[in-house]
Design a protein. Structure first.
Lengths: 239, 420
């Protein structure tokens, strides 16, 4: 599904910063992967490149067989819309839109008719147990509810990958567990390829594969099917 | 489209005060534009109304005073037009001159009917063509005709105002009756409608009669004629200099002496009036548009602030698949909606102000005793101006939205998402 080959990225500036130094990574369809690293390790940059929010300098990135390189803004927007579902640390819901309107938005940009997208958005909210919150605005909801709305918005276009950037970063530990459980279930039931970027080992432990990144290079890749990657990671997320 | 409007309404609702203040400047701009154009139209209509009482293709020639020594004679000689000039005018220019008349007048006459009288009358001896050249409207009877002229009849045409003074009970029945000047009796053959905006208080008698009564010899006073086949400024000038040369020579004045006779050409006057009104209209549009520009800059400014405030939101939208074009469109349409909505408020208020002007100073006339002039006639704008103003607002809205919209469209999602 995702094929990265020797990706390099340097931020130009007074002092050029070589952030990604040859990342080569393959993620198969239906995998539940986490990318772990300390701040400054280059994991956010990698996520931005995966999410077509940023360009890379050299290398090759294939997403579902499509080469993603030097796209125009319009094409990039189109690919983001159809292939990728984003989940952010700070939810990034639009504050003056209700939950259901937020969920509808990706479909609006696909040009789906009003009624159809409303119906679909309600279905997704229902699946995430938010039916009675559909007409509430983000500031009337708890963090966990907001993140679930964001997840519904990420799922509604049936993307090929879900990119979650610190999805539990702004949540308390109980809600964090719920959100991770939700992502896990979605991955297991729907088979959506899910990539979680985190610096919390407890969160990473919930995923099936942990990619360690350090100083712009991939360290080791752990298979973590029995979720025992960290001693304090069993049955919960360390906050 | 409906979604876009809902989005715009939501953002406008969020920033009511700001939008209203911006809108005010646009409304003000359009208001000024409409009021200026309306007032300009009032002025133009009034001037047109004041000048349209003459036949446009007519000229009046007055005797003057020479300003150049010529043919052994000095300057500053009086020139009085006479029968020879009349003949040159009527026979010398068969291609251009149509009907020729002349006008002699005597000020301060008094008309008497029994015990009623009216004074300060300007008694004029005229030709029958005066009625069409000076566009007089007959209420009853007829104007002076060829037979009056030929037989030197003592016929008189008076104005409706005079008739009211001479026979207050039933002015119109004065037609056909005998009235007197200080010395002679005349038969009223017709009554014309007094024009509020025309100078003088004229009663008309046949030219030949007048000349006999007042012993004018071969003098003709002013020569009045209508013309044809002079359709441009250049043709008129050529005709005038030719005409001037011939009349001047007849009076032994230099052919190019511009003061020996005076020519009042109503056609070229109308032409230059057209140019002047065109200039006035253009100037008013320019002033109005300049006023509007300050409003547009206001809208642009507000949209820039909006874009800055919504950077994060646009970042989210782009991350989930908004194309630059859809962001661009959103901002531009918002700008057009604000401009047009408030523009229309301004337009409606402007039209209301014009109607108010029409109802007040539009009805006022300035009466200086001799004649009355309307300063404003129908000071309103037509539907064409409203359509133009609408187009102007849409264009202005687009321009105002352009810079902010491009800025919004260029927002890079990663930077925007960071901006919180």
């Amino acid at each position: 599904m995702i094929h990265l080959k020797d990706i390099n990225k340097t931020y130009q500036g007074a002092q050029p910063l070589h952030v990604l130094k040859g990342i080569t990574l393959d993620i198969a369809e239906g995998e539940f992967v986490s990318i772990m690293g300390a701040s400054g390790s280059g994991k956010s940059t990698l996520l931005n490149i995966l999410g077509i929010l940023d360009n890379y300098d050299s290398g090759e990135y294939l997403l579902g067989g499509t080469l993603i390189k030097d796209l125009s803004e319009t094409r990039a927007a189109e690919y983001r819309n159809r292939m990728i579902g984003f989940i952010f640390q700070s939810f990034n819901l639009i504050s003056f839109k209700t939950a259901v309107e937020n969920v509808e938005l990706p479909l609006y940009y696909q040009g789906v008719a009003r009624r159809t997208r409303h119906k679909l958005a309600m279905e997704y909210l229902d699946r995430l147990g938010l039916t009675q919150w559909a007409d509430h605005y983000p500031n009337e909801m708890s963090g966990g509810q907001k993140q679930r709305v964001a997840i519904a918005r990420a799922l509604i276009t049936k993307p090929q990958i879900i990119l979650a950037d610190e999805p539990t970063g702004a949540l308390d530990s109980k809600t964090s567990v719920e959100v991770m459980e939700l992502l896990k279930t979605l991955n297991a039931e729907e088979g959506v390829t899910t990539i979680v970027v985190t610096h919390e080992s407890g969160v990473a432990n919930e995923t099936n594969k942990i990619v360690h990144i350090k100083d712009g290079i991939i360290g080791k890749i752990e298979e973590n099917l029995d979720h025992t990657a960290r001693p304090f990671g069993i049955n919960g997320i360390m906050k | 489209m409906r979604d876009i409007f809902i989005e715009i309404l939501t953002t406008i609702k969020h920033n009511r005060l700001r939008t209203a203040l911006t809108g005010f400047s646009v409304a003000w701009g359009i208001f000024i534009l409409i009021v200026l154009l309306g007032a300009g139209n009032g002025l133009i209509n009034a001037t047109m109304g004041n000048s349209s009482r003459f036949l446009a293709t007519s000229m009046v020639v007055y005797g003057g005073e020479t300003s150049k020594a010529y043919d052994g004679l000095g300057e500053n000689r009086d020139v009085q037009l006479n029968d020879k000039d009349f003949n040159i005018t009527s026979k010398g220019f068969p291609n251009n001159v149509k009907s020729v008349g002349a006008e002699l007048s005597q000020q301060g006459e008094t008309l008497v009917n029994g015990s009623d009288y009216t004074t300060g009358i300007n008694l004029s001896g005229v030709y029958p063509n005066d009625v069409e050249i000076n566009k007089r409207t007959m209420i009853c009877g007829r104007f002076i005709n060829e037979l009056d002229l030929k037989e030197r009849r003592k016929s008189i045409v008076i104005s409706s105002d005079m008739a009211k003074e001479l026979l207050p009970q039933s002015p119109l029945s004065l037609n056909g009756q005998m009235i007197r000047t200080t010395t002679l009796a005349f038969r009223v053959v017709g009554i014309y409608e007094s024009q509020k905006n025309s100078m003088g208080n004229d009663a008309f008698i046949p030219f030949t009669t007048f000349r006999a009564i007042y012993n004018k010899g071969d003098k003709t006073g002013n020569i009045v004629f209508s013309f044809s086949n002079l359709n441009s400024e250049a043709e008129n000038e050529a005709f005038e200099s030719d005409y001037r040369a011939r009349i001047n020579r007849q009076h032994r004045a230099a052919p190019d002496d511009e003061n020996a006779i005076w020519i009042w050409n109503r056609f070229t006057q109308a032409l230059s009036m057209d140019t002047a009104t065109g200039l006035l209209r253009t100037a008013l549009w320019v002033i109005g548009i300049l006023t509007l520009i300050s409003g547009i800059v206001g809208v642009s400014n507000i949209m820039l602030i909006t874009v800055r405030e919504r950077t994060h939101e646009f970042g989210i939208r782009k991350a989930i698949g908004a194309k630059p074009w859809s962001i661009l469109r959103l901002i531009i349409i918002e700008s057009i909606v604000i401009t047009t909505f408030f523009g229309y408020i301004g337009m409606v208020l402007g039209i209301a102000a014009n109607l108010y002007m029409d109802a007040t100073i539009g009805q006022e006339t300035i009466d200086n005793g001799l004649f009355a002039i309307q300063m404003f006639t129908n000071p309103t704008v037509g539907i064409d101006v409203c359509v133009k103003a609408t187009l102007l607002m849409i264009v202005a809205g687009t321009l105002a939205g352009m810079v902010p919209a491009r800025k919004a469209a260029k927002i890079r999602p990663i930077e925007a998402l960071r901006a919180e």
